[in-house]
Design a protein around this ligand. Structure first.
Ligand SMILES: Nc1ncnc2c1ncn2[C@@H]1O[C@H](COP(=O)(O)OP(=O)(O)OP(=O)(O)O)[C@@H](O)[C@H]1O
Length: 330
């Protein structure tokens, strides 16, 4: 059985919008538009999409905060809204903007309170906390009230709080938003370690694609509430035609742009001293051989496809292809 199952999952909101000087009209906003997805135990799933794509709404339905309209979701075999209390014992949730810690209490006391809330045996709690303290470097601020913590320190505290009851699934909504480079690395390193251990399923939404590259083996891209890609990052590159680039530094600029079969010239930089070719059917060796006959090569570099670029291209393509999912309601 999959640990997360979504079938025909949909969420519509009714909103009132201005229609003339005094009139207001009801409109239906389709935030999630029929998602079918299964996530297996131990998977690390990146769930991404442009602003307003429906990511947070999906997570809210999976964690029992919002009721689908219509469609079905099962997490750990449970119906998220109907069995919310039982589900809370089996999942952990970190929503970047919301806290599960007690603002005026030291972090250590929040953890102790959570132990009682979730009724975790002291030994188990101690072992999990010790692990988080080590991996997330909590010790220097364990006795600091939460309101005095920096964003990065608080996020490390939030991750610990979400894991102390040993959840099977961890939902993370923008866990690295606003963090400095060092805290981002600490959080990513910790999540990578969690992934390697293999007993926690992780669902991560983020706009920081480095999070995804570092952590997720599977990437689901949604737009206008629908899945537009489900697969590995490598599959995303091959599907949307990401190409490796060869950057050649020449001793002197060539009089004419060179034409190399299977490697179209993309850019000419540094007054003609640098040429950038896309590798289509040609190999690096063929590009080097082709260029060596025309110019003296000073340096050659191979640039791997950039996930930011391919995702931006995918968002542009879906924006051009799909319309808004806002419809009038009676
Ligand atoms: N409570 C609500 N009432 C009305 N509309 C809503 C509500 N919550 C979300 N929406 C709308 O549903 C759509 C999806 O929103 P959602 O927050 O799920 O997107 P998101 O992918 O998480 O975006 P972001 O990356 O900006 O956080 C948006 O058009 C949003 O305005």
């Amino acid at each position: 059985m999959s640990v997360i199952e979504m079938s025909g999952l949909r969420k519509e909101f009714t909103v009132r919008v201005k229609a003339g000087r005094l009139r207001r009209e009801k409109r239906t906003v389709t935030a999630v538009d029929g998602i079918d997805l299964r996530v297996e135990r131990g998977e690390m799933l990146g769930y991404i999409g442009p602003n307003g794509a429906g990511k947070s709404t999906t997570l809210k339905m999976l964690t029992g905060v919002l009721m689908p309209s219509p469609g079905e979701a099962r997490v750990c075999g449970l119906r998220p809204v109907a069995e919310r209390t039982r589900l809370a014992m089996r999942i952990g949730v970190v929503f970047g903007q919301r806290s599960q810690l007690w603002w005026d209490l030291p972090l250590r006391d929040s953890f102790e309170l959570l132990r009682h809330v979730y009724r975790v045996p002291a030994g188990e709690h101690g072992a999990r906390l010790a692990r988080c303290r080590g991996l997330l470097d909590l010790d220097e601020f364990l006795d600091t009230p939460v309101r005095q913590l920096s964003l990065g320190q608080r996020m490390r505290g939030e991750l610990t709080a979400a894991l102390l009851h040993g959840p099977e699934v961890l939902f993370l909504d923008e866990p690295t938003i606003g963090l400095d480079v060092v805290s981002k690395q600490a959080v990513r390193g910790f999540l990578a370690e969690l992934g390697r251990a293999g007993d926690t399923t992780l669902v991560l939404t983020t706009h920081d694609l480095a999070d995804i590259e570092r952590l997720c083996h599977r990437l689901v891209v949604i737009d206008h509430g629908r899945v537009v890609h489900d697969g590995s990052i490598a599959a995303l590159h091959s599907r949307y035609g990401s190409r490796r680039m060869v950057v050649a530094e020449l001793d002197a600029a060539l009089p004419r742009p060179p034409e190399l079969p299977g490697a179209p010239l993309q850019r000419v930089e540094a007054d003609g001293h640098r040429l950038v070719f896309a590798l289509e059917s040609a190999t690096v060796a063929e590009v080097v051989a082709g260029l060596a006959g025309l110019a003296t090569l000073r340096d050659i570099a191979i640039v791997e496809p950039d996930i930011e670029e391919v995702v931006a291209r995918l968002y542009r393509m879906t924006a051009e292809a799909g319309g808004a999912t806002v419809t009038g309601a009676p």
